[in-house]
Ligand binder design. Structure first.
Ligand code: ADP
Length: 497
């Protein structure tokens, strides 16, 4: 600091001496040209102006005025090279020069001060604009707080620590940049006091006024959100304080926006859950009734007419009961998985499974529902092991095969295949039905997206099979896909693991 002052002093001295020296040289040249002595004083006035502009200090302006007068008197008035003045006209010239140069100095000083203030204000406005713009793109309390701490340091060299009241832990959570060494001296107890009493404490206040940190409540309207602590080494200026208040106000606005987002997200989830529950209830009341009535009706008919019906008839009725029961089991299985996915309880029990076993098990589960569809499986020639949750993957395959049965003509053909592509296991179920309707391609994997089945005897779908399959595959870190066949006959559903 001291070194810097000495350097500035020397610089100003050098500038002053150099300018007066140049003025003297120019004046000597003018004298050679027989220009009148009264005009020479103007050169010195010009020099004094340059000195004030360069040094930006009134004191150097006044000092240079006196030096100029002495030099002018010594070098250019009669008797030459003496400080005596014979001609009283020069005394008046010198006095006027002094008055003019001092007034000019003062005006210049003021002008420079205003220019400096204007420049400072412009810098501040620019800084505030940059800061408010940057707050717009931030999300997350941690990011907003760290951004504020860095902005305070970057723009004003102010070291700060922020506290936010965490509803979960019911405690003030501290945010600081450990790279700022002073941040270590902050006192958590004073921050807690400030939060509890909603009053500033620490530096220059009635409570622990000798501290180097001051603690201020971080308020949003009536609500207190936390505390901001500011280091007062070095001592803060009025401009610093203004900057802090503006920045904190911006930060509170960003926090408010963050809270609004969180609330919005919560209401969205609540609405989504409510919608899901309503859809589920509507679908269930609709879809459970038909198979249950069938089961109840068929079993009652069987019981009452045991001795009347021949074995063929009995077999037909029992087959219908079994098919309905299996459909219900399938539905319940999907519903159970869906609730587990919704609650985040879908835990995978992964292990290496033999692909043949998985596909055969899926085929077996669909056997009773396949009717006159032909299903062929292209199994790998060698034993293939894939790390997966076998039961859930079987469920996905069953959903695909069931869909192919439900949404194609009774005589259609269904293919199941397994391939290894780029180190990934790929399961695919394709059919030669009418394909996926164009208007459904984008929403196919959403919940409750369904159309009437191709077959009049099939049960109405609930629209959960594909959305659950997607969740299961994504939980495995895989990708699910669906598209119509290139030849336009049928659809292909598959997934990579
Ligand atoms: P659901 O089968 O209960 O309707 P899904 O989620 O399993 O529900 O299927 C959603 C929709 O996708 C079906 O309603 C159907 O319109 C379409 N879909 C699924 N599989 C096929 C397929 N193999 N061929 C044509 N459309 C299909």
């Amino acid at each position: 600091m001291k070194n810097k002052n000495i350097t500035t002093l020397l610089r100003h001295f050098f500038i002053t001496t150099a300018i007066i020296f140049i003025c003297t040289l120019v004046s000597l040249f003018f004298v050679e040209l027989h220009i009148r002595t009264e005009n020479i004083i103007m050169i010195y006035l010009l020099g004094v102006l340059f000195i004030v502009i360069e040094t930006k200090q009134l004191v150097w302006g006044i000092a240079s005025s006196f030096i100029s007068i002495i030099t002018f008197n010594y070098c250019f008035t009669q008797p030459l090279y003496s400080l005596h003045i014979h001609d009283p006209n020069y005394i008046i010239t010198i006095i006027i020069f002094l008055i003019v140069s001092i007034i000019t100095n003062i005006l210049m000083g003021k002008l420079q001060k205003h220019a400096a203030i204007a420049h400072y204000n412009e810098q501040q406005t620019l800084a505030f604009y940059e800061i408010s713009k940057s707050f717009l793109n931030l999300s997350g309390i941690q990011t907003i707080f760290m951004h504020t701490i860095h902005a305070l340091y970057e723009y004003q060299n102010i070291i700060s620590v922020l506290y936010y009241y965490d509803e979960k832990s019911k405690q003030l959570q501290r945010y600081q940049d450990d790279a700022m060494p002073l941040a270590l001296h902050v006192v958590d107890e004073l921050a807690t006091w400030c939060y509890k009493h909603q009053k500033a404490c620490g530096h220059a206040t009635a409570i622990n006024g000798s501290e180097q940190w001051s603690y201020h409540p971080l308020c949003h309207g009536e609500e207190i959100l936390g505390v901001y602590a500011i280091s007062h080494t070095p001592e803060l200026t009025k401009e610093n304080e203004l900057f802090i208040h503006t920045l904190i106000a911006q930060m509170v606005m960003a926090l408010e926006r963050e809270q609004l987002y969180a609330q919005q997200e919560q209401s969205r989830i609540a609405i989504e859950k409510e919608k899901l529950r309503n859809n589920l209830l509507r679908s269930l009341s609709h879809d459970l009734r038909t198979p249950l009535t069938n089961i109840a009706g068929s079993s009652a008919v069987l019981l009452e007419n045991d001795d009347v019906f021949d074995s063929e008839m009995k077999k037909k009725l029992m087959k219908s009961i079994s098919s309905d029961a299996q459909w219900l089991t399938q539905l319940v299985e999907n519903l159970l998985n869906m609730t587990r996915i919704q609650d985040g309880r879908l835990l995978l029990s992964k292990r290496c499974e033999v692909v043949d076993d998985i596909i055969c098990e899926a085929l077996q589960r669909c056997e009773s529902r396949k009717g006159s569809h032909t299903i062929s499986a292209h199994l790998p020639e060698t034993i293939q092991l894939v790390n997966m949750d076998g039961q859930l993957i079987i469920q996905v395959l069953v959903n695909f095969i069931d869909n192919a049965i439900k949404h194609t003509q009774p005589t259609s053909h269904i293919d199941i295949s397994f391939t290894q592509k780029k180190g990934k296991a790929c399961f695919e179920v394709s059919d030669d039905g009418n394909g996926i309707p164009d208007n459904m391609i984008d929403t196919l994997f959403d919940s409750f997206v369904t159309t009437k089945s191709e077959r009049s005897d099939a049960k109405r779908g609930v629209g959960l099979g594909l959305s659950i399959s997607k969740a299961i595959i994504e939980a495995h870190g895989g990708t699910i896909y669906a598209h119509n066949r290139a030849d336009g006959h049928g659809a292909i559903f598959g997934f990579y693991l």
